[in-house]
Design a binder for this molecule. Structure first.
Ligand code: FAD
Ligand code: NDP
Length: 600
């Protein structure tokens, strides 16, 4: 009996070899039958891989495991496109009937899959499809922002989203730590710190450029043909490529994956496009933004406002209605309250911009002066205030309007999002993942997961679907907010107030005590369903390291965990995440949710 570890290792090796090669011949490379099989693949013009069984330490165990995959064949054993073909005679039979040819080249197109868009979803899908033996090309093209900002391969996340945002947020956290360095025993006196915007931007851009290069290399190593061109559909199997010099060419493909993402919207008011910037420009802005207005109140707006203020910028946020629409409103208000009270972000609310006027033009090295006319909508007051930089963070527009979807009949909704069933559009060979898909979270890990699983299904090696439920997320505001599942409002709407329980707890991180930061500002909330044994419906956490704290709440929700199961955990002390283990105060009880001690 072979060791279990060896069988496991061989099984994995066999599966991976079958999965990652169009055709694979297991056998003795020098045998006459293997030579003849190679000739068959040669005639079909197909790639193949020969795996010499005698190269493994225990050929007998390996052979037994192999035979269990194709019981009717004998070595040499052939697999094509993940399917068992059999031994030499089976290969010849399949070749003569045309079945093998159809299996290996089932279509007359240049590629099995062309992916349009080299962001989170497109990169992940293309590499996985190629790893599984598909012939894949990926097109990526960045249309410059209105002020001319452009970037490299990797899409929003790497260039103008998650990564540079998280790095600026980290710089803000460093600033916060340095401000209390004295209390932690460093320095003779409190530090008066200057922040050098250009140095931070340069360092972040170096990281981004490094990632652009890494992605190019990864595509090459994965056998994905990367083309830096803008793709527009000609018909459902043909795409036009336009490169940056305007040269046009065409490619055909059996399947297409649209992963073109979104770009920031500008409001339809005078001066918005001409004089203002968006998150597409902020992370490479070549000058200090100085006095800044951020318009919008969701993820992008509050995150940008937060790190800018912590880096010393004078920041005002113009809020049209609510903070963080769609999130738990109590948590969202606490996010805003902290920004206002603790780091001194100014809020104009409810307020909308009406017109932007340029008073002094910006240069490559210096912000300009802009006159912003706006209206406080409650009272109707119209006012004008000067800012040096105006950032619009008023939502994002799917990049689906200029790619010829009308030509091939792919449906889009009125926002430009693509309705899909399991990532398939209404045109059967055209798929979509990422931010452009209707009613799905606009988050990098969502695009990646959907892309990888789709690639596996297209290659025929899996039928696993993407489960978009219970996706955890974090808003990287100065006090971070992480959550998963339903907000309190949504839970009430779906189940009725009488059927839900809301557990809450304010707390003060231990690490805040030395620097005398405010007490009981951090907050945790868990919502349960009374009619189902207190099944947990939502986790909400406001405090340091929210992303790290909330990641695993997704698993608890997917597994339908109950409050009793949550309570059965033993905490890690002293941490902030342990707050979830000790939740006893319900909103209904009217008892105080303020933390008294910390150790029992
Ligand atoms: P994208 O990453 O946008 O990639 C699309 C690519 O396709 C782009 O390179 C585009 O130029 C290219 N393209 C478009 N049209 C064509 C065409 N016709 N031909 C060729 N190429 C084309 N998510 C998180 O999970 N965590 C975060 O912390 C986070 N922070 C964010 C911060 C900001 C400021 C922003 C704006 C977004 C943030 N997101 C975050 C969201 C995340 O960036 C997106 O959900 C993710 O990038 C979506 O991936 P995608 O593949 O759908 O599209
Ligand atoms: P959202 O669509 O989520 O929010 C748009 C904001 O702009 C809302 O506050 C909206 O207000 C406001 N707004 C819209 N139009 C106007 C207008 N004409 N004048 C004034 N205000 C206006 O967009 P975001 O760009 O913030 O985020 C897009 C997506 O990117 C998010 O859904 C998220 O999935 C992803 N993202 C994720 C991050 C993360 O994971 N940490 C970070 C950043 C982005 P109102 O509520 O009144 O409509």
């Amino acid at each position: 009996m072979p060791p279990i570890g060896l069988s496991f290792q061989y099984k994995k090796l066999i599966d991976e070899t079958i999965e990652t090669n169009r055709a694979v011949i297991f056998g003795d490379p020098s045998s006459e039958e293997v030579t003849k099989i190679k000739e068959v693949f040669g005639q079909l013009g197909s790639d193949y891989h020969v795996f010499g069984i005698d190269t493994v330490a225990d050929p007998q165990t390996f052979n037994d495991l192999l035979q269990s995959k194709a019981p009717h064949g004998r070595v040499p054993l052939v697999f094509a496109m993940g399917k068992p073909i059999g031994g030499y005679e089976d290969v010849v039979k399949s070749f003569e009937s045309g079945d093998l040819g159809r299996l290996l080249k089932p279509h007359p197109y240049d590629y099995d899959l062309i992916v349009i868009g080299g962001g989170s979803g497109g990169l992940a899908a293309s590499k996985e499809a190629a790893r599984l033996g598909q012939k894949v090309s990926l097109l990526d093209f960045v249309t410059p922002s209105p002020i001319g900002t452009t970037w490299g391969l990797g899409g929003t996340c790497v260039n103008v989203g998650c990564i540079p945002k998280k790095l600026m947020h980290q710089s803000a956290l460093v600033a916060e730590t340095l401000h209390v360095a004295y209390e932690w025993g460093f320095a003779e006196q409190r530090l008066e710190l200057n922040h050098f915007w250009n140095r931070l931007v340069q360092n972040i851009q170096n990281v981004v450029k490094g990632s652009n290069f890494t992605y190019r290399v990864a595509l090459r190593n994965s056998n994905v043909k990367y083309i830096n061109a803008y793709g527009t559909f000609e018909d459902e199997h043909k795409i036009k490529l336009t490169d940056k010099s305007g040269n046009e060419s065409y490619l055909t493909s059996n399947n297409f994956l649209i992963a073109t993402g979104e770009r920031p919207r500008y409001p339809d008011i005078p001066g918005a496009i001409e004089y203002c910037i968006t998150s597409d420009d902020l992370f490479s802005l070549p000058y200090h933004p100085q006095k800044t207005l951020v318009v919008g109140a969701s993820y992008v707006a509050l995150e940008c406002a937060g790190f800018l203020r912590s880096l010393g910028v004078d920041v005002t946020v113009m809020v049209r209605s609510v903070l963080l629409r769609g999130f738990d409103s109590e948590m969202a208000e606490k996010v805003g309250q902290y920004m206002q009270d603790e780091i001194k972000v100014k809020f104009l609310r409810p307020c909308v911009p009406l017109e932007i006027e340029e008073r002094t033009p910006r240069s490559q090295t210096q912000a300009g002066v802009l006159g912003v006319k706006a209206q406080l909508t409650d009272e109707g007051t119209i006012f004008t205030e000067e800012f040096n930089t105006v950032i619009f963070a008023v939502g994002r527009k799917p990049c689906t309007d200029k790619i010829g979807l009308d030509k091939i009949g792919v449906e889009v909704d009125k926002r430009g999002k693509i309705p899909c069933v399991n990532e398939q559009t209404n045109v059967p060979n055209v798929y979509a993942v990422g931010d452009i898909v209707q009613d799905k979270p606009e988050l990098t890990p969502v695009a990646i997961k959907a892309g990888i699983l789709l690639a596996r299904r297209l290659a025929g090696v899996s039928d696993e679907l993407c489960d978009y439920s219970s996706v955890a997320t974090t808003v990287f505001t100065p006090l971070e907010y992480g959550c998963c599942g339903l907000s309190e409002e949504k839970a009430i709407e779906l189940y009725g107030e009488e059927n839900i329980e809301v557990y809450v707890q304010h707390f003060t991180p231990t690490e805040w005590s030395v620097a005398q930061k405010p007490k009981n500002i951090c907050y945790a909330k868990v919502i349960t369903l009374l009619t189902e044994n207190e099944r947990i419906l939502g986790f909400h956490y406001l405090g340091p390291n929210a992303g790290e704290v909330t990641q695993f709440t997704s698993l608890a929700l997917k597994k339908n965990c109950t409050k009793a199961e949550l309570d059965s955990m033993i905490g890690i002390h002293p941490t902030n995440a342990e707050v979830f283990v000790y939740l006893t105060v319900t909103k209904r009880s009217g008892k105080s949710s303020l933390q008294a001690g910390c150790c029992g």
